[in-house]
Design a protein around this ligand. Structure first.
Ligand SMILES: Nc1ncnc2c1ncn2[C@@H]1O[C@H](COP(=O)(O)OP(=O)(O)OP(=O)(O)O)[C@@H](O)[C@H]1O
Ligand code: SF4
Ligand SMILES: [Mg+2]
Length: 349
C-alpha cells in the first residue's frame, strides 16, 4: 500500500510559561494528507493551527507524537535527508510584508532556494525564476525589482513562486490571504487552486475563513483548544456538521467580518490553554452539555463513517436533543492585527 503523503500521529506541543505553568498548544493531533488534496485546518485564534503548521514543517519538534512524510518519520532526519524533507514541504505565511527580505531582489528570492537545494544555479535558475513569476501571474521583467515595489497580493504571489521554486509536494499555507484586501483574496485563492490542479501539489490550508475553506478544501479538520474535534470531506462537514463547535462556527460564518466578530463574544471564549477544563473542552460553551461531558479526558475522535470523525460524545443524538447552537465569537488575534493594519494603512492614505 502506498503510504500517506503526510501523516501526523499523536502530535503534542506544549510551551512553558513564566511561573511554571504549561500551555498545551497542540494536544494529541492525528491528521493525514493525501497527494493532490487540500486539507483545511480551521478554528479560533489560539486553538493551535499555526503551531500545528510549524510542526508539519518541522520548524518545531513535537514533545510527543510524530510526523511521517511518505512513510518516513521526519523527527529523526538529519543532514541531507532533512534538507530533502524541507524541499518537499514548503510554506506560505500570512504576512506578505514580513516574509520577503526588503533588500533582496526578486531574482535572489526565487533563485536562492534552488541553489541551496542544489537544483540549479546561474542562468538556468534565472530562467526558471522568470517562468515561475509568469506562472503566478507576474512578469519576467519583475525579477530585478525589490519587494516594496509590489502590492500585498503580488508579494503573496512571489511567496507562492518561492515555495514552488524547489518543486515541493506539499505547501503549508498559514492564513495566506487573510492580510489581503477581499478583492485580492479571491485571485490568490484561484491561483492556488489552479496550481494544485496543474501540478498535483497537496495543500494544508490554515484559515479561519469558512467561505474560503468551502471553496477550496477537499477535507476539513476543525480544531478547538489544541485538539481536532471534527474532520470530514468538505461537503459533508458543511452539509452535516456533527460537532456542536463546528455547528457554532458555521452559524457564525455569515457574520464573520473583521470588525463585527470581536463583539460576538457573548457565547463564551475558548478555555485558557494552560488550564483546560476536565472532560470535553467545549463543555463550558456547549448548549448540549451532559454530566458525562464534564468528566474524564477530552473525547477522542471516533469515526462516523465515510471519512467523517467527531470528538463529540453525543453527536448521533444531537438533532433529537433540541436546542439551538447560536453563533460563537470567533475572536482572533489575527483579526485584531489585520484590523489594526488596515486602520493604519487607511489613515496613511
Ligand atoms: N512560542 C510560543 N510560546 C508560548 N506560547 C505560544 C507560542 N506559540 C504559540 N503559543 C500559544 O499557543 C497557542 C496556540 O497558538 P497558535 O499560534 O498555534 O494559534 P492559532 O490557531 O494559529 O491562532 P491565530 O488564529 O491567532 O493565528 C496560543 O495560546 C498561543 O498563545
Ligand atoms: S461531548 Fe458534550 S460538551 Fe462536548 S461537544 Fe459533545 S455534547 Fe457538547
Ligand atoms: Mg496562527
Amino acid at each position: 500500500m502506498t503510504p500517506r503523503l503526510l501523516a501526523a500521529e499523536g502530535l503534542h506541543k506544549a510551551y512553558r510559561l513564566p511561573g511554571g505553568r504549561t500551555l498545551l498548544a497542540v494536544d494529541g493531533v492525528d491528521l493525514h494528507l493525501d497527494r493532490g488534496e487540500t486539507l483545511a485546518v480551521v478554528g479560533e485564534s489560539g486553538c493551535g493551527k499555526s503551531t500545528l503548521g510549524r510542526l508539519l514543517l518541522r520548524l518545531e519538534q513535537p514533545d510527543a507524537g510524530r510526523m511521517v512524510l511518505d512513510g518516513v518519520d521526519v523527527g529523526g532526519l538529519r543532514g541531507g535527508a532533512l534538507q530533502t524533507m524541507r524541499r518537499r514541504v514548503q510554506v506560505v505565511f500570512q504576512d506578505p510584508y514580513a516574509s520577503l527580505d526588503p533588500r533582496q531582489r526578486i531574482r535572489a528570492v526565487l533563485t536562492r532556494p534552488m541553489r541551496l537545494h542544489g537544483l540549479c544555479d546561474g542562468a538556468e535558475a534565472s530562467r526558471r525564476a522568470a517562468a515561475l513569476l509568469e506562472r503566478v501571474g507576474l512578469q519576467a521583467a519583475h525579477l530585478d525589482r525589490l519587494p516594496h515595489e509590489f502590492s500585498g497580493g503580488q508579494r503573496q504571489r512571489i511567496a507562492i513562486a518561492r515555495a514552488l521554486s524547489v518543486g515541493p509536494e506539499v505547501i503549508v499555507c498559514d492564513e495566506p490571504v487573510s492580510a489581503l484586501d477581499v478583492s485580492v483574496q479571491a485571485q490568490v485563492i484561484n491561483l492556488l487552486q489552479d496550481l494544485q490542479r496543474d501540478t498535483g501539489i497537496a495543500l494544508v490550508f490554515i484559515s479561519h475563513d469558512l467561505a474560503v475553506v468551502r471553496h477550496l478544501a477537499h477535507r476539513v479538520a476543525v480544531m478547538y483548544a489544541g485538539r481536532v474535534v471534527e474532520t470530514a470531506p468538505a461537503d459533508r462537514l458543511f452539509g452535516e456538521p456533527s460537532h456542536p463547535y463546528t455547528r457554532a462556527l458555521l452559524a457564525a460564518a455569515p457574520r464573520i467580518d473583521m470588525g463585527a466578530r470581536l463583539h460576538e463574544a457573548a457565547a463564551g471564549e475558548p478555555p485558557d490553554p494552560s488550564a483546560p477544563p476536565p472532560g470535553c473542552r467545549f463543555a463550558p460553551r456547549c448548549p448540549y452539555v451532559q454530566p458525562a461531558c464534564r468528566t474524564g479526558e477530552h473525547p477522542a475522535l471516533r469515526s462516523l463513517g465515510e471519512g467523517h470523525a467527531t470528538a463529540c460524545l453525543f453527536a448521533e443524538t444531537l438533532p433529537r436533543m433540541g436546542g439551538q447552537v447560536g453563533p460563537i465569537a470567533v475572536v482572533t488575534e489575527t483579526s485584531a492585527r489585520i484590523a489594526a493594519y488596515r486602520r493604519a494603512r487607511d489613515a496613511a492614505h
